[in-house]
Ligand binder design. Structure first.
Ligand code: DMJ
Length: 463
């Protein structure tokens, strides 16, 4: 593996740092300041433990089944694996200084990863997990093969963008380029530009970013008079197929990447789109219950409330609000989720926030709460966010740790909580990195200027 030189840096005038966007810190620092070295070591040990289990039982497979020691493919359920967990882990291993493990992972990728597969792959998941993971791995290690693979994979995805609207199909065949599935969702048509733009900068090719931006624009241009978009569209006709606006799935990272492209590339169009949508979301979707801030699903043309459920995945929005300049609302929203964490110990996959009950009792080892803790902590350095992240981490260890790693839960309301048997790829890229960055003060990360993708891939900020 080659040593990485300094990654390129943007002009400080382009893009706002999150801190500048948020204005001065308003919250009082937590009274008691903990020594964070201990929690940081706990996180690093947990990552090393899980890596050892994965290496022993599932190395090169997409995902480990950490209870039984089995393994499974993610992109092609009955077909080949793409080493997903390895690709997702690269940046986390780097910032944790787990250099032997990083070397093992990079070696496996260089020796085995090959995208010449006659199979249909999902554009969105492939981009945020594989393209993002490989580009981030390249930025961490400067191993050229990672960049070559990222480009090869992205070239194989590009035919899916050839539609009358510029909105991509959901699946594409990696070998033939044949694309399919015309009903898509904001997260799935609008979550490409940070990965594609970063790749394009590295290989000097604008086509990737232009296709990604055209897709996001096609969604924004079809917003309602309330400046909201619903969650399903026909990519061939551009006609919406639902009325439901939500900040959760399947829309979530569409909003996240509007801000992301402003932060990463200084693209003012994206900033405008982000501001327009955020103002509309705050106006039409915010819903206070017992003083707590939540975001309801609403009709995108009338603003009428449709339901008061909140996917756990929506908790990322607290950090996004903070980064986007709505720090007060970001804090309120994370505090609402913190009340749910206090009540349940481990967050349910979906919450009925009106009654503070679990609408879905599973927990898919989700990272979004920890993501928002890191985002808000980077802005105001309030110890509260660190404490919330520590509670989240320790609850995860208590409920999900098993023989060969960490597993999802099938029921977080039972006592003890019932474990499933799989560890999602994002676990390696996301919460383990968020916990580590928030506790460790590592010298391998630029806390003053960085960008993490929706999948936790560091696209700027390695040191
Ligand atoms: C991750 O794959 C990404 O964060 C995505 O945007 C939605 N959430 C999952 C993990 O929960």
């Amino acid at each position: 593996m080659t040593q990485r030189p300094d990654i390129h840096r943007r002009d400080a005038l382009l893009g706002l740092t999150a801190a500048a966007a948020a204005g001065p810190a308003l919250a009082k620092p937590h009274a008691h300041r903990r020594d964070w070295k201990g929690p940081a070591h706990e996180v690093r040990d947990a990552m090393a433990f899980a890596w050892a289990g994965y290496r022993e039982r599932a190395f090169g497979y997409d995902q480990i089944k950490p209870v039984s020691g089995g393994r499974e493919s993610f992109f092609f359920p009955d077909g080949p694996s793409l080493g997903l967990s390895i690709v997702e882990a690269l940046g986390t291993l780097y910032v944790m200084r787990l250099d032997k493990e990083l070397e093992e992972g990079v070696r496996w990728i260089c020796d085995h990863l090959n995208f010449d597969i006659d199979g249909d792959i999902q554009l969105f998941e492939t981009t945020i997990r594989m393209v993002g993971g490989l580009v981030s791995g390249y930025l961490a290690t400067r191993e050229k093969k990672l960049l070559t693979l990222a480009r090869d994979l992205t070239d194989r995805l590009m035919p899916a963008f050839k539609t009358p609207t510029g909105l991509p199909y959901r699946f594409v065949n990696l070998k033939s380029g044949a694309a399919r599935d015309k009903l898509s969702f904001p997260a799935e048509f609008g979550s490409f530009a940070p990965e594609f733009g970063t790749l394009g900068r590295l290989v000097n090719d604008k086509r990737y970013y232009e296709a990604a931006k055209a897709a996001a624009k096609a969604g924004f241009d079809r917003r309602s008079k309330l400046d909201l978009i619903p969650d399903t569209i026909d990519v061939e006709t551009g006609v919406w197929k639902s009325r439901r606006a939500t900040i959760g799935p399947p829309s979530d990272s569409y909003y996240e990447y509007l801000w992301g492209c402003w932060r990463l590339f200084g693209d003012k169009d994206f900033k405008h789109w982000f501001d327009v949508h955020t103002r509309a979301t705050l106006k039409w979707q915010s819903d206070r219950v017992d003083g707590r801030l939540w975001f309801a699903q609403v009709d995108f043309e009338t603003g009428q409330r449709l339901d008061r459920r909140q996917s756990e995945l929506a908790s990322f929005y607290a950090g996004l609000l903070g980064k986007g300049g709505w720090m007060h609302e970001g804090r309120d929203y994370l505090n609402a989720w913190s009340a749910a964490q206090d009540k349940f110990g481990v967050l349910p996959e979906s919450l009925d926030y009106e009654h503070m009950s679990a609408a879905r009792k599973t927990n898919d080892l989700r990272p979004e709460f920890a993501n928002s803790c890191l985002d808000l902590w980077q802005i105001d350095k309030d110890e509260r966010w660190r404490e919330l992240a520590l509670k989240h981490f320790r609850a995860m260890v208590a409920s999900s740790k098993t023989t060969y790693g960490f597993t999802v839960l099938t029921d977080m309301t039972s006592k003890p909580m019932a474990q499933g048997d799989f560890c999602p790829g994002y676990w390696w890229a996301e919460q383990m990195k968020y916990y580590w960055l928030i506790f460790s003060d590592t010298a391998r990360f630029d806390y003053a200027r960085n960008y993490l993708s929706t999948e936790g891939a560091i696209l700027e900020g390695f040191k």
